[in-house]
Write a protein of this length. Structure first.
Length: 308
């Protein structure tokens, strides 16, 4: 029997929040005035911490959830969100996502508005709900979107901050075109819940969400951020057939089964390495190449989401 967390209506009005802000995020808008106006209109008392370096969001979140706040909000992309979430593991304080990145995969997955003012509105909306979501863990690190090796990680690596600030998601398309030229088939050595697999491919993803980041479309209908599992997806070939499969996915809003092009497993404990070694990324942060040993932490954090 699968353990499935339930979304709960918010029992109490939010009166006081702490907001973690990544100043490198944003699309040219005036972040603070928008947040201030939204909080004033909602009658919410707020203060903020500004990140300056890696690890700040985690430290700020860990400190904030120990204080008397009703919610913690994070303005930034998936990387900032991941850091903050790692400082909230096990806390009942709800997390409010204020999308400020170029992709905002988790926000899109949860149906959170891309518009900052509308996202702030969730804090005062009576219909907003609390949803428990899973996170992945390896070593002392956590992730909320996913980790990957190979082609997908090279795409993330090639989309630098300056280009993302200029052209947003198109930075990933440019990076993908460049990465595709140097993509080589690799052997992935996998263990999923004790079962060993060895498969050739061009990229391996350990995914908590299947969202593509630019719409409510998932690259696989089986991937659920709240199902208590992580999904292991290996793309075997980067060819015309894969492009056709992606096109069908976008049109039909679900990926058709195709074992020739894509291998897929679900599990709670996963290890993966590659021969030869490949670039590794986790929630948008490029890591030193490494063997990944990952566990799912079911229902680790609570997020405010729009009610149905």
């Amino acid at each position: 029997m699968l353990w499935v967390p339930v979304k709960r209506p918010m029992p109490n009005k939010i009166n006081k929040i702490h907001i973690i802000i990544n100043p490198a995020s944003g699309k040219g808008d005036s972040t603070l005035p928008i947040i201030n106006a939204a909080m004033k209109e909602a009658g919410i008392e707020w203060d903020a911490s500004i990140t300056h370096r890696a690890g700040d969001a985690a430290r700020f979140a860990e400190a904030a959830v120990k204080t008397k706040i009703d919610a913690l909000a994070v303005y930034g992309g998936d990387g900032t969100l991941m850091e903050a979430a790692s400082g909230m593991i096990g806390s009942d304080i709800p997390l409010a996502v204020l999308p400020g990145g170029s992709a905002n995969v988790m926000a899109t997955e949860l149906g959170i508005p891309d518009d900052l003012k509308e996202a702030c509105g969730l804090l005062s909306r009576a219909s907003a709900e609390r949803k428990k979501i899973d996170v992945g863990r390896f070593g002392d690190r956590y992730f909320i979107v996913g980790a990957s090796l190979g082609f997908e990680a090279e795409v993330v690596k090639g989309a630098d901050r300056a280009t993302k600030n200029k052209i947003g998601l198109f930075a990933y398309l440019l990076s993908a075109a460049a990465a595709l030229k140097k993509t080589k088939t690799t052997v992935y050595h996998l263990t999923v819940d004790g079962q060993a697999h060895e498969v050739q491919g061009v990229t391996c993803l350990i995914a908590n969400t299947g969202n593509l980041g630019f719409s409510a479309i998932s690259f696989d209908k089986h991937i659920d951020v709240s199902d208590g599992f992580l999904d292991v997806v290996v793309v075997r070939k980067a060819n015309l057939g894969l492009l056709k499969l992606l096109a069908v996915t976008l049109i039909k809003r679900e990926r058709p089964d195709n074992l020739e092009l894509v291998a897929h497993w679900q599990g709670k404990e996963i290890s993966v390495s590659s021969t030869p070694r490949q670039t590794v990324q986790c929630d948008g942060e490029v890591l030193d190449d490494a063997d990944l040993r990952i566990k799912v932490v079911p229902g680790a954090i609570t997020v405010l989401v729009p009610g149905k």
